[in-house]
Design a protein around this ligand. Structure first.
Ligand code: TYD
Length: 204
């Protein structure tokens, strides 16, 4: 079982607050002059751009092909010789990612065969996984308030299935992964300090 040390991943449903918490953690490291790199999936690299075009319905494909695209984007994100996370970690920086392969298990797991999704996502686990567990109703409300154009995944039943998949995957994690499940209904500040306490308890 391989673990990427100093790699921190945020996961949750759309609207759960992963982007805000990942950004605030990056700010905290910045403030403390800690060497870090903040990133997200889908990435803004060429394969990630193609993924977004599928989400925006500019490009049509099958759920399986989309699953492969997410996995390809992730492989590039990890191992690209120029900007890959593996290299950045080797340089001694902490890497924070807003989403990782657990998103594929949870989201693509709804429409594709889960064994296929697992097989194409046999990537190393991060040292720390923070799951922001926000009820589907609250996520939908936040998405609506943002006035975001509804992408493929902003549907209630779909999000319920995604949440169940996340909870299922959390049970299957190897012991070496440090996991924090935070209640996403708490205030941004409360969640933020809970995350910091958790990370400092594992020296991150
Ligand atoms: P998201 O983090 O919401 O991007 P943004 O903040 O730019 O809106 O990711 C876009 C969508 O992609 C989101 O609905 C979750 C989904 N997704 C998957 O289905 N599988 C994956 O592997 C990843 C990384 C994301």
């Amino acid at each position: 079982m391989s673990i990427l040390k100093s790699f921190i991943v945020f996961e949750g449903l759309d609207g759960a607050g992963t982007t805000t918490q990942a950004r605030n953690l990056a700010r905290y490291y910045e403030f403390n002059s800690r060497a870090y790199f903040a990133t997200a999936e889908p990435t803004s690299n060429p394969i990630g751009k193609l993924v977004r075009e599928v989400l925006q319905k500019k490009v049509t494909t099958t759920p399986e092909a989309l699953a492969y695209l997410y996995a390809a984007d992730r492989s590039d994100h990890l191992y690209n010789p120029t900007y890959g996370i593996a290299r950045i970690l080797q340089e001694g920086r902490v890497v924070i990612s807003d989403r990782y392969f657990y998103s594929s298990l949870a989201y693509q797991g709804v429409e594709c065969d889960i064994d296929l999704v697992r097989t194409i996502n046999a990537f190393p686990h991060p040292e720390a996984l923070i799951f922001i567990d926000t009820p589907v109703e609250d996520c939908l409300e936040r998405i609506e308030r943002r006035g975001e154009e509804k992408e493929l995944f902003d549907r209630e039943n779909f999000l319920r299935a995604v949440r169940n998949n996340y909870l299922e995957e959390l049970k299957r994690l190897p012991d070496e992964v440090n996991v924090l499940v935070v209640d996403g209904r708490k205030s941004i500040e409360e969640t933020e300090s809970e995350i910091r306490r958790f990370l400092s308890s594992i020296s991150l």
